[in-house]
Write a protein that binds this ligand. Structure first.
Ligand code: ZN
Length: 161
C-alpha cells in the first residue's frame, strides 16, 4: 500500500478510537505506528532479499510492542497502527513476511498479495476500505459500533434536515 493510503488509513482508525473515547494525542500514536512499519524500506544488508515488508512487518516486532504495552499502555495504540498497516499491505500485490526471519522449508513465508499494486490507482481506495473495515472491527470489539452509527445518523440529519 502506498504511504498516502497508510496515512489516511491511520487517520480513519485514529478517528474511530477517538469516537470510542480515546484522547486525541493517544489516538495519534495509531498514525505513527502505521507509518513506522515502512521504515524498513531502507536498504540494510541483513537479508539477500532486502528487509522491506520483513524487518518491521512481522509478528515478533508487533509482539514486542504488545509486551511493552503492558508497562506503557499507550503503546497499544502504536501496535494497532502497526496491525492496520500490515493488514493493508496484505491487500497490495506483494506479500508480507509476517514470520520473518523464520524460514519454512528454506523459504520465507509471505502472506497476502491479494490486492492491487502500490502504483495502481486502486491502491488508495482499497487501503481506505481495509482501514474502514478494520476500524469497524475495532468499534465492534470495543462495543462502540452502534453508538458511532447513531452519531453518523444524527450528523446526516443535521446536514440534510
Ligand atoms: Zn508496509
Amino acid at each position: 500500500m502506498n504511504q498516502k493510503a497508510h496515512l489516511v488509513g491511520g487517520l480513519i482508525l485514529a478517528t474511530a478510537a477517538m469516537l470510542a473515547g480515546c484522547p486525541p494525542l493517544t489516538a495519534s500514536l495509531i498514525v505513527f505506528g502505521g507509518l513506522f512499519c515502512d521504515l524498513d524500506i531502507v536498504d540494510i544488508p541483513v537479508s539477500s532479499q532486502g528487509v522491506h515488508r520483513r524487518l518491521l512487518h512481522n509478528v515478533f516486532v508487533a509482539g514486542a510492542v504488545g509486551v511493552l504495552s503492558y508497562w506503557v499502555p499507550f503503546l497499544m495504540y502504536w501496535l494497532m497502527g502497526m496491525c492496520l498497516h500490515i493488514a493493508m499491505d496484505m491487500f497490495s500485490s506483494s506479500p508480507v513476511y509476517v514470520l520473518w526471519p523464520v524460514p519454512h522449508r528454506g523459504n520465507q513465508i509471505g502472506i497476502g498479495g491479494w490486492g492491487v499494486s502500490n502504483d495502481s490507482i486502486g491502491s488508495f481506495p482499497v487501503g481506505c476500505l481495509v482501514a474502514l473495515l478494520f476500524s469497524a472491527g475495532y468499534l465492534v470489539g470495543t462495543d462502540h459500533f452502534w453508538e458511532v452509527v447513531e452519531l453518523g445518523k444524527r450528523l446526516l440529519e443535521y446536514i440534510f434536515p
